[in-house]
Design a protein around this ligand. Structure first.
Ligand code: NAP
Length: 248
């Protein structure tokens, strides 16, 4: 598939899980991919090697995207290596779950920084280069927790709801420059983030998913790749829910 041929993409948090899957799918469709990671250097290098061994082009770049300077450096490293940035996928994310009575303010701040501030910083850094080229695709990975809420995830749900507000505001701000901004809201997908959920919680969740299964990393990657494509040129400010029908 060459749908994204000649496109330069940055995927934050692409060393593992959904970000890794998105990086591989964008590369599959012909994009050159900057594989951002924070702490998992070996895993990020494996993603790059996998893309290269399939005939693609990729580069691993370390950056804590919640940090202003490092987020800006990630975008700079991209334009230095490839001359521009066409696609930004803000995927990096984390959880620090607890009921609000037990949750520390540091856990609230950490999750908001990692999930929301990071996307704002990376978008801010990428927008200038996209505006110059009069082209851009920004895709924020939110969650159905940001739409439905989730007990024990007041910090995470707030960050993900915030990402939806960011998506819509930015979409309005940059539409005239041919830059689209959309969000993908996955339901439950098995990754390091969700692997420790107790079995009874998992079974309970399954009962609420009309399609009767958890999502796969590929389910999320295909939706993201579509929003990154030229076929999605007239879609902006949209939240594409990929959840087996759970949130409807
Ligand atoms: P994961 O397996 O835990 O992977 C998280 C990724 O984010 C890792 O590559 C990690 O990099 C990176 N990361 C974390 N903090 C970072 C930072 N400050 N700077 C740069 N990278 C950072 O999680 P996942 O399940 O794939 O989740 C990916 C995204 O999908 C998240 O935004 C999550 O909220 C969202 N999501 C997941 C689910 C689900 O069910 N799994 C559902 C809805 C939404 P290092 O390992 O290098 O530190």
């Amino acid at each position: 598939m060459s749908q994204l041929k000649d496109k330069i993409a940055v995927v934050t948090g692409a060393s593992r899980g959904i970000g890794r899957g998105i990086a591989l799918e964008l590369a599959n469709r012909g994009a050159t991919v900057v594989v951002n990671y924070n702490s998992s250097a070996d895993a990020a290098n494996e993603v790059v090697e996998t893309i290269k061994s399939n005939g693609g082009e990729a580069l691993a770049v370390q950056a804590d995207v919640a940090d202003e300077t490092q987020a800006a450096n990630l975008i700079k490293a991209t334009t230095a290596a490839y001359g521009r940035i066409d696609i930004l996928v803000n995927n990096a994310g984390t959880t620090r779950d607890n009921v609000i009575m037990m949750m520390k303010p540091e856990d609230f701040d950490f999750v908001l920084r990692t999930n929301l501030r990071s996307a704002w910083l990376c978008a801010k850094a990428a927008i200038r280069a996209m505006m110059r080229k009069r082209y851009g695709r920004i895709i924020n990975i939110t969650s159905i927790s940001g739409i439905m809420g989730n007990a024990g995830q007041s910090n995470y749900s707030a960050s993900k709801a915030g990402l939806i507000g960011l998506t819509k505001s930015l979409a309005r701000e940059v539409a005239a420059r041919n830059i689209t901004v959309n969000a993908v809201a996955p339901g439950f997908v098995l990754t390091d983030l969700t692997k420790d959920l107790p079995e009874d919680v998992t079974n309970q969740l399954n009962e609420h998913i009309p399609l009767g299964r958890w999502g796969t990393i590929e389910d999320v990657a295909y939706a993201t790749a579509f929003l990154a494509s030229d076929e999605a040129a007239y879609i902006t400010g949209h939240v594409l829910v990929v959840d087996g029908g759970m949130a409807m």
